[in-house]
Design a protein around this ligand. Sequence first.
Ligand SMILES: [Zn+2]
Length: 241
Amino acid sequence: MVNAQADYIPEETANDLKHFDHIQLKNIIHGKFDPAVHSAFVKIDSFYSFKEMYMLSEAYDAFVAMANAAAKDSINLKIVSATRDFEHQKTLWENKWTGKTKVDGKKLNLVLRDVIRRAVKILEYTAPPGYTRHHWGTDIDLNSVEPEYFETDEGIKVYQWLSIHAVEFGFCQTYPAKDENRPHGFNEEKWHWSYFPISKTFWEDQISQFSSRNISDFKGANAVKKIKLLNYLTSINHCGN
Ligand SMILES: [Zn+2]
């Protein structure tokens, strides 16, 4: 497993992050930057994505290698969502908060007047702005963000392929099914894959710098402050590390 990663990742680029200073790293971790103009980010070819999106360069190279290998096995991998900045995540979160986007077919502002319960409901699948791994350029959603897709013949094949081969390219599933090893946190996401050689460093920084005082600038922030967000951020698959 480790050897497969070492074979693929060039030694000199495996630690791309050393080119960033402390402030740059902090800004990326919290989504306070524009991936369209950041020198470490590249635009994803439309062949691999459903819309205009960006990824951290090294993670993108690894994804392209993975997608091309998958294609040889008749598996199509296409990116539904890649890097999202703070404002993008804020829109996703607030649309659920205000009822503009329904959750389980319901407008949460109407059915969950209790703001803590409403925040917990949104947290099943969505991190608040400033705390999604999608800020980092290392994490991608593949093919569909609907659990039902992964119950179709195609979705089952895609997931089986990823479960076996993604690790060969440095990717692993961040939120596997909950069990005794992962009792808390975000729900299972068969679509969310992370380029671990780099996201591991972002994650370590995110956790070591975590302060609930920094949860701010979006609707429902005060409710999220009362929830153990750190539990969600740490309840992940560590990919054998
Ligand atoms: Zn995701």
